[in-house]
Design a binder for this molecule. Sequence first.
Ligand code: C2E
Ligand code: CA
Ligand code: CA
Ligand code: CA
Length: 282
Amino acid sequence: AKKDGRGVSRFYQQQMDLWIKRRLELENGLRDSLYNDELQVYFQPIVEFKSGEIIGAEALLRWNSNEFGSVSPEEFIPVAEESGLIVQIGDFVMKKAFEQFVRWKKESKGSESLQKIAINISVRQFNRGDFIANIKKLIDSSMIAPENVELEIVESIVIDDVKIAKEKMEELRTLGIKLSIDDFGTGYSSLSYLKQLPFTTLKIDKSFVKDINIDAEDDELIETILNIAKRFNLEVVAEGVETYEQALFLAEKDCEFFQGYYCSKAVNGEAFIDLLNNRETC
Ligand code: C2E
Ligand code: CA
Ligand code: CA
Ligand code: CA
């Protein structure tokens, strides 16, 4: 038994070593990625059910590493967050996304319906003292209207200090910037707590959408979320819509907007123009 125990712990030790090694390699790779031109911002359309029009885009980061190939954001975003690199990387995403949005508006005929560019903000970015000043600077230099900017914040982001978070969010709202609760339903936040915060939009997590018409409990959950959003006066975007059946269910329940492969995956800025110009897209 003693021998077995050692064997097991040796196995775990090896796994840990591998994991730490990968992590360090990724961190070093990410540090270089900004200078090697390996990071790209992609865009997924946000679509209005009623009109079928693309009313917005969510910026999603892509890392095509010379060393590791294409690395999933699910893997490298946490590394960026823990190393602090997310601050620089986050600035890069905003700069690229704002500039791209302004260019679409100026140069693309199909962009009249386009109203917003949504940016994912991580805790580490949000909590910085210069977060708002920094966003102001990026908005000014790209000449985007703040009303066209929506920041996506996961619901767990503000748990640390509600009061400070609330003040920050109110200041952002005063500037005209919109705020959405990302991955709604996956965190631990209570509703009374969320109600205090000046969100404009609620994004239903794709884990609920996945089981539409499969799991009756999830169907009910989505209806409940839609009712909550209505009560709180929030716009709703359903995420991860892949099928006609899911779209139909959500539209019938008066959900206004969706994202998902049913319309399009995230694409680069050029390809997004084609989506905008092709009215049959979604
Ligand atoms: P998220 O904010 O929840 O983004 C939605 C994710 O769902 C994206 O994954 C998107 O590609 C994927 N998705 C969209 N439609 C569908 C669908 O129909 N079916 C399925 N199964 N998936 C769909 P992605 O691009 O891999 O990003 C993963 C996560 O990484 C994001 O989740 C977000 O939390 C984070 N992330 C991505 N870019 C950034 C960024 O610039 N900054 C920060 N802080 N986080 C980012
Ligand atoms: Ca998001
Ligand atoms: Ca999400
Ligand atoms: Ca997510």
